[in-house]
Each structure stands twice: as structure tokens, then as C-alpha cells.
Ligand binder design. Sequence first.
Ligand code: ATP
Ligand code: LTN
Length: 334
Amino acid sequence: MEDKKTLFSAVQPSGTPTIGNYVGAINNFVKLQDEYNCIYSIADLHCLTVKQDPQSLKKATYELMALYLACGIDPEKCIMFVQSHVPCHAELTWVLNTITYPGELGRMTQFKDKSRTHQDNVNMGLMDYPVLMASDILLYNTAVVPVGADQKQHIELTRDLALRFNNRFGETFTVPDGIFPKYGAKIMSLSDPTKKMSKSDENINAYVSMYDDTDTIIRKFKKAVTDSDNKIVFDPENKAGISNLLTIYSVFSGVSIEDAVKEFEGKGYGDFKLKVGEAVAEGIKPITNKRLEIIKDKAYLNSVMIKGAENAYRIANRTLRKVYKKVGLYKAEL
Ligand code: ATP
Ligand code: LTN
């Protein structure tokens, strides 16, 4: 690999990815692939922390790899792999667990939220989720991690664990930085613009899936909750719904938010919502066409996954051996 910094990120194959995942993460994965040595994972082990239908999880994993490729992530430039194909992730998690305190995991906003929404299944994995995420990142000497704003706390914990380990056992891990998109780091729900758009929302009108067709996308934007004063201005605090739509429009049309505000000056919300829906549908259409092509080619998709896992394993295993040595695990050699 060239002398570039390493970048790592991942998306969970839990349900269908939304335009929030695209704007907050995948779209930036594509943009950053020339500047860094990029490693993009599909975090299937993370998914097990909430109840999954095994068949759906399997399908979603395969489909997410097709989406990565359809969005323009290039397997010749980046390492693309499925987390569970590289056993080092689970192994490093065990070691990092021994320097992590239950208090710091219990404080995590995502853990508290998911404990509330999945009351029937508050399991140890849900609590340990951020340690597995730290392992993902630290195995690859990662310098930067592009994620949406909701992952800020997990990146902070990753930094704390890297520093704690380095202090106790000597310089081992690179301490990573999170990078967040300037606009769109938190795309909001279309039915409640005070809430994050989430693929696990039970109301399907709350999110636009990357797998939705043109009519569905336009219908969902028509229904988007806004306010009643009919002014199109960018003010996320007081006009969350309209500002969210402006952000989405800007990302999908390539027009800046300032220019979008000018474009819609004096127009009604109905017109505006239709234009946003059309821009998103137009942006998603070529991705969908490509995705449906790629999905048919199982041999190609599997070969990308296998090559990715081999390349990832080579790097991850080197780090894991170093960690085992530092903490004093005996290695038998002849
Ligand atoms: P779930 O809803 O199942 O908890 P999620 O979509 O929140 O899943 P991931 O699939 O792991 O979680 O998210 C992958 C990436 O997408 C992360 O970088 C996350 O920050 C980003 N992301 C998720 N939702 C949004 C959103 N609404 N706006 C911007 N970025 C988002
Ligand atoms: N927890 C992340 C997904 C994720 C991730 C990672 C992101 C798993 N491992 C490593 C960046 C780096 C989420 O967005 N829910």
C-alpha cells in the first residue's frame, strides 16, 4: 500500500440502508477512497446485539456489499470485507474488554436508547458493542474514521481505550480521529424531524431506503413533516424539518444549501418537497440499476468478500499478535 493514512469505517447490515447511512457514511466512503488507504467493513457481528432473523441478516450482508460497490467504492483501491470473516475482531474485543469498565459502557447514549427500544433483549453484546467497534478500528492502525454524528461517543471511547492500552503495555495502537460530514452528519426522520433517521424505525415513512423506488421516494417526501409557516430557510434549531430537507436536497443535487435556499425562495412547501423527492429519486436510480446488476453476480461478490477478508486478515492478525505479546500470552514456537 502507498504511504497514505489508513481510514476505517463500517455499516451494519441491519435492515435496508437509508439515505441517512448514505449521506452520513457511504457517500463519504466513496469520496475519500483516493486520499486514504480505505478499509470498509460490513459489521455483521454488531447486528447480533439486537434480534435478527438469520435469513434476513444473511441476505442483508450480501446486499450491502452490492450497495457499497454500486455506490462506487472500488475494490481495487479499498479493502472491503465482512467483519465476521476476520476472526481477529472478536479476539481483540476480548482483550480490550479487560481494560474497559462497565460504567463507561453503561453511559453510552446508544446503549441507553437501544435498551429502551429492545427491552426484551438487553444483552451483554449490546453493552459491549462499542468495544467491538474499537477493535474494528484499532486492528488496522487507523488514523481516521468517517461516521455520522451519532457515533461520536463511540469514537471517543475507542481513543480512550487505545491510550489506556498504550499507557499500560507500551505504544501499540494508533489513536484515531473521527471525521464527520459538514452537512448531513445527522439526517433526521421524515415523520419526526427531532429524531435521527433510522433503518430500524417501525414507521416506514420515517425513512427513505436506498432500495426504495422512485414513486415510493416521492410519496415519502410528500408526506414529510415540516411546520406551518411556509418559509424555506436553513435553521436546524427552529425549523428542523425544512433544514433536514434542504440538507438532503443539497447532497443529492450537488447544489449548495445557500443556493438551494435562493432557488426555493417564495415557493410553497408542496413544490419544495416534490423537488427534494425528485432529486433523491434521480440520485438513487443509477445506484439501484447498478446494484441490481451486481447482485446477480454471486461469484463476483463472493470474490470481492474473500479477497477483502484475506487482505484485512493480514493487517489485523499482525496487530493482534503484537497485542497478545504485549499482554503476556505465551506463544509456542519450535
Ligand atoms: P440502526 O438504525 O439499525 O441502529 P444505523 O443506521 O443507525 O442502524 P449503522 O448502519 O451502523 O447504524 O450506521 C452506519 C453509518 O451511517 C454510521 O456512520 C452512522 O453514523 C451513519 N448514520 C446512520 N444514521 C444516520 C443518519 N440519520 N444521518 C447521518 N448518518 C447516519
Ligand atoms: N457502530 C457503527 C458501525 C460500525 C463502525 C465500526 C463504524 C461498526 N464498526 C467501526 C466505524 C468504525 C454504527 O454506525 N452504528
